[in-house]
Design a binder for this molecule. Structure first.
Ligand code: HMG
Ligand code: MG
Length: 276
C-alpha cells in the first residue's frame, strides 16, 4: 500500500469545542505524546479570535512549550493576517487558512462571504514564509444550506490554489457524506487539483468516515486528517461531532501511516478526562 499521511487534528479540531478550559500543560503533553507516537504533522492550535474560540486562546503558549521533534511539522489555523503574525511569532512550520463551499457556513464561521474570505487570505499566503494549507469546509453538506454540489466546491479550490495554497483539505464538516458522494466530488476535483495536493477531512457524525476514507484512498488520495480518539467538532456547525479517529485510520491503513497504535492510545488517554 502506498504511504498514507495522517494529519493530526486532535489538539485543534479535537479541543476547540470543549467548553471547560483545558490546562495548557495537558495540551502540550498531548502534542508531545502524538509526536512520540510517530505522527509527523500536527495541527497544534489556531490563532483565531479568542472571543470566537476561547478554548484555543493559549495557542502561543502551547507552541512555546511543546518539544519540537525533528521531522515533525507543527501547523496552526489562521483566519487573517493578524493570525499569521501570531503564528509566525510562535514559529509554526505551516499555517492553514479556512473557508467553505457554502456561504452560510462561511458567514457563521469567519464572518465573511466566500469571496471576502479569499481576499482576506491573499496577503496571508503572499506573506507566509511557510507552506499554506487551505480548508474547504461543507464540501458535501452544510448545516444551514443542506447538500452542496461539486460544482460549488471546485471554484473555491481553484481560488485557493491560485492564491498559492500548497495543499487543500476538503471538509465533511458535519460528517454526512457517504462514499458515493465522496467519489462524485473527487471525480470533479482530481483532474484539476491532483491527488498530491488533496487531503480529506472527514468528521464521523454518522459513522461513514472510515468508508469514505477507504473510497477516497481507492481513488488515489493518500492524505487524511484525523483526531486521536475521534474527538472534536466545530462550534459553528451545529450537530457536528469529531473527526474520524486516528486509531480507525491506523487500523485501516496499517504500518504505512508510521504511527504506533499503543503510543497513540497513550496520547488519547492524556486528553480523555477533559473531553465532555
Ligand atoms: P470578526 O469579529 O468579524 O473580525 O471575526 P474583526 O476583524 O472585527 O475582529 C474582532 C476582534 O477579534 C477584534 O478584537 C480583533 O482584534 C480580534 P477587539 O477589537 O474586538 O478586541 N481578532 C483577532 N484576535 C486574535 N487573533 C486573530 C484575530 N483576528 C481578529 N487572528 C474572525 C473574524 C475571522 C477573526 C473570527 O470570525 C474568527 O476568529 N473565527 C474563527 C472561527 C473558528 O476558529 N472556527 C473553527 C475552526 S474552522 C473548522 O473547525 C472547520 C475545519 O475543521 C474543517 C471542517 O471540519 O470542515 C477547519
Ligand atoms: Mg473539522
Amino acid at each position: 500500500m502506498s504511504k498514507v499521511r495522517l494529519i493530526e487534528m486532535g489538539p485543534r479540531d479535537g479541543l476547540q469545542t470543549e467548553a471547560k478550559t483545558i490546562p495548557t500543560e495537558v495540551k502540550v503533553a498531548f502534542v508531545d505524546a502524538l509526536s512520540a507516537a510517530g505522527v509527523d504533522e500536527i495541527e497544534v492550535s489556531s490563532f483565531v479570535s479568542p472571543k470566537w474560540v476561547p478554548q484555543l486562546a493559549d495557542a502561543a503558549e502551547v507552541f512555546a512549550r511543546i518539544q519540537r521533534k525533528p521531522g515533525v511539522r507543527y501547523m496552526a489555523l489562521v483566519p487573517n493576517e493578524a493570525g499569521l503574525d501570531r503564528a509566525l511569532a510562535a514559529a509554526v512550520d505551516k499555517v492553514a487558512v479556512f473557508t467553505a463551499a457554502s456561504e452560510s457556513f462561511t458567514r457563521k464561521n469567519i464572518n465573511a462571504s466566500i469571496a471576502e474570505s479569499i481576499e482576506r487570505f491573499r496577503p496571508v499566503v503572499q506573506r507566509s514564509p511557510v507552506p499554506v494549507r487551505g480548508y474547504v469546509s461543507t464540501a458535501w453538506h452544510c448545516p444551514y444550506e443542506g447538500p452542496i454540489k461539486p460544482e460549488a466546491v471546485l471554484p473555491v479550490c481553484e481560488a485557493l490554489l491560485e492564491l498559492g495554497c500548497t495543499e487543500l483539505s476538503i471538509g465533511d464538516t458535519i460528517g454526512k457524506a457517504v462514499p458515493d458522494e465522496v467519489a462524485r466530488l473527487l471525480d470533479v476535483l482530481l483532474p484539476v487539483v491532483g491527488a498530491d495536493h488533496l487531503a480529506m477531512h472527514f468528521h464521523d457524525t454518522f459513522g461513514h468516515a472510515v468508508a469514505n476514507s477507504a473510497r477516497a484512498h481507492a481513488m488515489g488520495i493518500t492524505a487524511f486528517d484525523s483526531s486521536a480518539g475521534g474527538i472534536g467538532g466545530c462550534p459553528f456547525a451545529p450537530g457536528a461531532t469529531g473527526n474520524v479517529a486516528t486509531q480507525a485510520l491506523v487500523a485501516l491503513f496499517g504500518e504505512s501511516t508510521g504511527i504506533d497504535s499503543t503510543a497513540l492510545e497513550g496520547a488519547s488517554a492524556i486528553v480523555r478526562p477533559w473531553i465532555s
